[in-house]
Design a protein around this ligand. Structure first.
Ligand code: ZN
Length: 160
């Protein structure tokens, strides 16, 4: 069957950046499982998946607009160290959830200088073109329950 709405798809992928450096890969581990049409993977990759069948292997370049979005400089901000709770020492690379007017965002500590902490609310891959090397390993119909939940169940999917 071809990948389309109401399909649960498993695939292996290797994600590289413009320099060819591997950012992430499922190879050597379990394939990724997702519900097609559920917005569970980046839009550019979901679009490229449509119409493919089990066994198909392909490469696709995904622009930031169809990936993790452009980098937004306004999401790079400084905050006083006193903003952090007493039991939390901000360190470079530390990540935490913060509330924003766009909903919860994952924030990364970029620098700590004296009493000033620089925070970046951009996704680590924002502004980057994503190069995916994909192999479709299985395609099946989604169950009614999966459609209701908006995600895949079973191996590689949600367990609850
Ligand atoms: Zn569920």
């Amino acid at each position: 069957m071809q990948i389309g709405p109401r399909c649960v798809v498993q695939f292996h992928y290797t994600l590289t950046d413009d320099a060819g450096t591997v950012i992430d890969s499922s190879r050597g581990a379990e394939p990724l499982t997702y519900l097609h049409g559920g917005g569970n993977i980046v839009p550019g990759l979901e679009k490229a998946m449509a119409g493919k069948v089990k066994g198909d292997a392909f490469k696709v370049d995904v622009t930031p607009e169809e990936g993790y979005g452009p980098r937004i400089e306004a999401l790079l901000q400084t905050a006083p160290r006193s903003m952090f709770p007493d039991d939390m020492t901000p360190e470079v690379g530390m990540q935490f959830q913060a509330e924003s007017n766009m909903g919860p965002v994952l924030v990364t500590v970029m620098a700590v200088e004296g009493d000033t902490v620089t925070l970046d609310g951009n996704h680590a891959l924002a502004g980057q073109t994503l190069h995916f090397d994909v192999e479709v390993t299985s395609v099946r119909d989604a169950t009614i329950e999966e459609m209701q939940h908006g995600h895949a169940h079973g191996p590689g999917g949600h367990h609850h």
